[in-house]
Design a protein around this ligand. Structure first.
Ligand SMILES: O=C(CO)[C@H](O)[C@H](O)COP(=O)(O)O
Ligand SMILES: [Fe+2]
Length: 214
């Protein structure tokens, strides 16, 4: 079954706890948490203290998308805050293999997120260390952007690559511009974990929104 991970970037930050309970009740599978540092991406969100504060609001898995430089400086604090997976961008990691090893040694899951221009080949020698690959379907930094259809062939190629490596168990996640229409396209191309912010949080019925993506 397709995993639906609402991105709280599109939620009302003045009542984060309530927003988390709302998506939990609406049938979400994971909570997608975007951490941005205003260096790796031109936007700034929040850090581990806020993640820790909202941890009590839901038992759903915390899927943390780190859009920061030097991501390794945050791993310990994120683990303590209750993160279940940390997904890093290779564009921000000088030593991606070392970085993924550090996440694994903390006993949390590790993901790799690829910007639209980043080729799949960066995954070739690290696939054994990840449980998720995130194909960005926008340039990271902001919610509410338009889905890039040019990422559909990349998703298909990723599926072939995972098969070749005997890693069909790795989640193929997409993030950016996902709604009812684009969800159908990415699922057909091989995605099985869908992040959606604007579509879910702006929908008059969040349960219906999540069901329509699934
Ligand atoms: O990583 C992200 C942005 O960099 C977010 O997860 C993304 O913005 C999701 O929002 P939307 O569904 O509104 O496009
Ligand atoms: Fe994200």
């Amino acid at each position: 079954m397709t995993i639906i991970a609402p991105s709280i970037l599109a939620s009302d930050f003045s009542k984060l706890g309530e927003e988390l309970r709302s998506i939990d009740e609406a049938g979400a599978d994971w909570v997608h948490i975007d951490i941005m540092d205003n260096h790796f991406v031109p936007n700034l969100t929040f850090g581990p203290p806020i993640v820790s504060m909202i941890r009590a609001s839901t038992k759903l898995m915390f899927d943390v998308h780190l859009m920061v430089e030097k991501p390794e400086t945050l791993f310990l604090a994120l683990k303590a805050a209750g993160a279940d997976r940390v997904t890093v961008h290779p564009e921000a990691c000088v030593h991606l293999d070392r970085t993924l090893t550090q996440i694994g040694e903390l006993g949390i899951k590790a993901g790799v997120a690829l910007n639209p221009h980043t080729p799949l080949s960066v995954l070739e020698y690290v696939l054994d260390k990840v449980d998720l690959v995130l194909i960005m379907t926008i340039n990271p930094g902001f919610g509410g952007q338009s889905f890039m259809p040019s990422m559909l062939p990349k998703l298909r190629q990723l599926r072939e690559m995972l098969k070749r490596h005997g890693r069909d168990d790795v989640y193929v996640q997409v993030d950016g511009g996902i709604n009812r229409e684009t969800a159908a396209l990415v699922k057909e191309a091989g995605a099985d974990s869908l992040v959606a912010g604007t579509y879910i949080f702006n929908h008059p019925n969040r349960r219906e929104a999540i069901a329509s993506l699934r």
